[in-house]
Design a protein around this ligand. Structure first.
Ligand SMILES: *[C@@H]1O[C@H](CO)[C@@H](O)[C@H](O)[C@H]1NC(C)=O
Ligand SMILES: *[C@@H]1O[C@H](CO)[C@@H](O)[C@H](O)[C@H]1NC(C)=O
Ligand SMILES: *[C@@H]1O[C@H](CO)[C@@H](O)[C@H](O)[C@H]1NC(C)=O
Length: 506
């Protein structure tokens, strides 16, 4: 029956993976109000997920919100604990398969159970590429019920080939048996640890392997062995790809390369999946948000429009070299640039002498949680120093705030090349690299000096350009890019058309 198709969504535990999936879930029921969505979410992000979904609805649309059911996975204790999260999903699903209902809440907060009889009626599942066990579970169900199993690609698509383009498991097995190390260690050695080799990917300039890890290794050995090396198989077996990347963000060369790789199977560009920020009266109502707004209003008065820098490395990343973080913060204070620093945990290191200076500086605001979109949309905010995860990148673009980038790992380094070289809407702090990430940059032939004084010199130079004519030109280009990307979800836009095709084909 075409009317009440039921779809399952399984993100990986990370907020950066879950956040856009919340927006995706909301847009599904907005486009097709008769559909039902059951989405899994880590307990730690449940409240945030509900809030993110709510951003998509106006009052009077509660009936649509109730089409989405959130099932909480409670066992993992940190966003790094993807193994427990996945085991929790598998147990929960096994219980569901053996006749227990799935207990959760509608996105508007009402309790809701999914009846076990639904199990064989699901039209489709959209599964995070990293949720390998969940993917395999739904592939089995597919054998009897015929549901479609799609993969969710929560990152910049340009990095697909380097990380997941080839099946390296035979190489890993061979390496493990030759050297006597475990499979996980072998996987890490083969895929992550740089050898100084040039990587040629169909959608990026040639890069040395270490350029993908500008902060030296960040991915854990277990995650590489349990998860990352299996994604290639998932991509070979999936019925199609849904990516948070945007058709008009990547160049035709990349989308062609990706479509060619998938052959007959569809690739849908669902991005940008960023909800509109509504400057509603209660947006800044939480005490923390209210004091951030006061800080921004005050800097607006003292320093003027577009004077403040937001500094954020997302919810999971931070530069490896604390002295370099200190150097950057020192230069900002020296140059009288006001900033808001998002420091998600105390594990995010800042040298002690700098911490003392920060506490004394009235142009500095530090918080472990920052309402990023609200800050970006405030007129006092002019720049964002960011790790350049795709989520943050799209938020900066939508707020017309250009970027100073300090990529850490994952898809960030490739994403930054585009932001700086192709789209020319950002700078990169090359001297912020660390460890083997400090090797020569292939496309420029430059080797960062990597010292603290080099970090300071580079940032001083970037600030002069950012707050001068070059910065204005970047802002203008960003504005054009924003206008283009905003059309993605309008009628006839590539994301909306793609997702409609996906939903109708289930
Ligand atoms: C992604 O976006 C949300 C707002 O929509 C923001 O609060 C969050 O910090 C961002 N997450 C990451 C991982 O950057
Ligand atoms: C599965 O069901 C068993 C028996 O009712 C229960 O003890 C267990 O906690 C359930 N597991 C999950 C993850 O809900
Ligand atoms: C990034 O640049 C490469 C070419 O160097 C291009 O193929 C790719 O599509 C670009 N992506 C973006 C986001 O501009």
């Amino acid at each position: 029956m075409a009317t009440d198709k039921h779809i399952v969504l399984v993100p990986m535990i990370m907020w950066g993976h879950t956040r856009p999936m919340c927006t995706f879930a909301a847009r599904i029921v907005k486009l097709r109000p008769a559909m039902l969505v059951t989405m899994f979410v880590s307990e730690g992000f449940y409240e945030r997920a509900k809030a993110e979904i709510a951003l998509e609805f106006q009052s009077g649309q509660e009936h649509l919100q109730s089409r989405i059911t959130l099932i909480r996975l409670t066992r993992a204790t940190s966003p790094w604990d993807s193994a427990t999260y996945e085991a929790d999903f598998l147990d929960t699903w096994a219980n569901f398969s053996s006749g227990q209902p799935l207990c959760g809440y509608e996105a508007n907060g009402n309790p809701r159970q999914v009846d076990p009889s639904e199990r064989d009626r699901f039209a489709a599942a959209v599964i995070d590429i990293f949720a390998i066990g969940a993917f395999d579970t739904f592939r089995k169900i597919k054998e009897t019920t015929g549901l479609k199993v799609y993969s969710w690609f929560p990152a910049a698509l340009t990095c697909m080939f380097k990380w997941f383009g080839t099946d390296i498991i035979p190489t890993v097995r061979e390496y493990a048996s030759r050297t006597g190390v475990s499979f996980d260690v072998a996987a890490h050695e083969v895929l992550v640890v740089p050898k100084g080799e040039l990587v040629d990917s169909p959608c990026l300039p040639k890069m040395y392997d270490y350029e993908y890890h500008p902060q030296a290794a960040f991915t854990s050995v277990e995650f590489t062995g349990h998860t990352v090396v299996h994604v290639n198989r998932v991509l070979r077996e999936t019925d199609g790809l849904v990516t948070i990347d945007a058709a008009d963000y990547i160049t035709p060369r990349t989308s062609e390369a990706v479509r060619t790789w998938f052959g007959e199977r569809p690739v849908y560009f669902a991005g940008p999946l960023v909800s509109p920020v509504r400057a509603s009266p209660d947006a800044f109502a939480k005490p923390e948000a209210a004091s951030i707004k006061r800080f921004l209003d005050d800097r607006m008065a003292s320093h003027g429009a577009k004077s403040v820098m937001l500094i954020s490395f997302g919810s999971m990343f931070w530069p490896t070299n604390a002295a370099k973080v200190g150097a950057v913060l020192n230069v900002l204070m020296e140059k009288n640039v006001p900033f808001i620093l998002s420091r998600p945990t105390s594990a995010a290191q800042i040298p002690e002498d700098v911490t003392t200076k920060l506490a004394e500086c009235e142009n500095v605001y530090i918080a472990n949680w920052v309402p990023q979109q609200l800050v970006l949309s405030h007129p006092a905010t002019g720049w964002c120093l960011t790790h350049a995860g795709l989520n943050s990148t799209f938020e900066c673009i939508f707020a017309s705030v250009p970027m100073i980038t300090w990529p850490i790992d994952a898809d960030q380094p490739p994403n930054v090349i585009n932001l700086t070289d192709e789209l020319k809407v950002a700078y990169e702090l090359l001297e912020g690299r660390d460890g083997y990430g400090l090797g020569m940059i292939h496309r420029t032939g430059v080797t960062p000096r990597g010292t603290i004084s080099a970090v300071e010199d580079e940032l001083r130079d970037v600030l002069v350009r950012a707050f001068g004519a070059d910065g204005l030109a970047k802002r203008a280009r960003l504005h054009e890019l924003k206008a283009k990307l905003q059309k993605a979800w309008e009628v006839g836009g590539p994301a909306r058309e793609g997702v409609e095709t996906l939903l109708d084909g289930m």
